[in-house]
Design a protein around this ligand. Structure first.
Ligand SMILES: [Zn+2]
Length: 287
């Protein structure tokens, strides 16, 4: 790995604002982007030279019934992967077949997920540094780079989607008003897996809106989501404009590994962490 680069990881959280046990619930889906100036997060052309192999843990497959599969034999997560792939014709982002089914590793430490496999997993123990109000997280790792116009971005190197099965329940039945729609949450998290931030216009219809209730079901990207994906990837693979250096342009800087996450909690506070140090708190209503 290039010694001038910073390695960063971030969690995008799906968090609940309301934990009442009966009736529809409404959850925040976490902060959109921890970087100043909304630095773009995306996979590079090398990684996307073939579809990314985002595997599905066997423990999800065990939950799926024959009726949950589509006419081409795709299980629910593969159907959602196809939704993202079909929304942008230039790139096949994700593998859509059964070749990537994987075991559920049950890691106790988030950093252990930075293995050689991209996966969608269940956690039954959750993680001490992540709020119990999170429904799911997308943890990703990346390298800071700048493009030919000098704009910094984060090129992804690894990511996983992890569901919080300790504290929450999910359903494949969109008419079930007590549980969160599994396909809606995975479609949202897959958006983060591809680097999408949250939709900033609260009134826009979008899978990437940071809020979700148990009576909502969004199983296809909307035009705002498709436009965001297009904006993010329209230049990937075009001219070789991309070169590597540190964010500050100091090429004498040695490799610096930074880890961090941010979480949106049930109390409405959004907390950003870098290397375990709390660097920022703001309230949703101040954004
Ligand atoms: Zn989110």
């Amino acid at each position: 790995m290039n010694k001038y680069l910073s390695l960063i990881f971030i969690l995008l959280l799906v968090t609940a604002c309301n934990s009442e046990s009966s009736g529809p619930k409404r959850a925040g889906l976490g902060a959109g982007n921890p970087f100043q100036n909304n630095m773009e997060i995306r996979w590079g052309s090398g990684a996307l030279s073939s579809p990314l192999n985002l595997g599905t843990a066997q423990s999800f497959l065990d939950d799926f019934s024959p009726s949950d599969f589509d006419s081409s034999g795709r299980h629910p997560f593969e159907q959602m992967a196809k939704e993202w792939d079909d929304s942008y014709s230039s790139i096949d982002f994700l593998v859509e077949d059964n070749s990537s089914d994987i075991a559920n590793p049950g890691y106790s430490n988030l950093t252990q997920y930075r293995d050689g496999t991209f996966g969608i997993y269940k956690s039954f123990n959750w993680f001490p540094q992540v709020s119990s109000s999170a429904l799911a997280i997308t943890q990703f790792f990346g390298i800071r780079k700048v493009d030919g116009s000098g704009t910094e971005y984060l090129e992804l190197t690894h990511a996983d989607i992890i569901f919080n099965y300790r504290d929450w329940t999910f359903s494949l039945d969109p008419n079930n008003l007590n549980d969160y729609d599994l396909m809606t949450v995975v479609l949202h998290e897959m958006g983060h897996f591809l680097g999408l931030p949250h939709e900033s216009n609260w009134s826009a219809l979008a899978v990437m809106q940071p809020y979700l209730s148990t009576f909502e079901s969004h199983r296809s990207p909307y035009s705002s989501d498709v436009n965001a994906l297009s904006d993010l990837y329209q230049d990937v693979g075009s001219a070789p404009l991309i070169f590597e250096k540190t964010a500050l342009g100091n090429t004498n800087r040695v490799e610096e590994e930074v880890s961090g996450f941010f979480e949106l909690r049930a109390d409405g506070e959004c907390r950003h962490y870098i290397d375990g140090e709390l660097i920022h708190i703001h309230h949703k209503n101040l954004k």
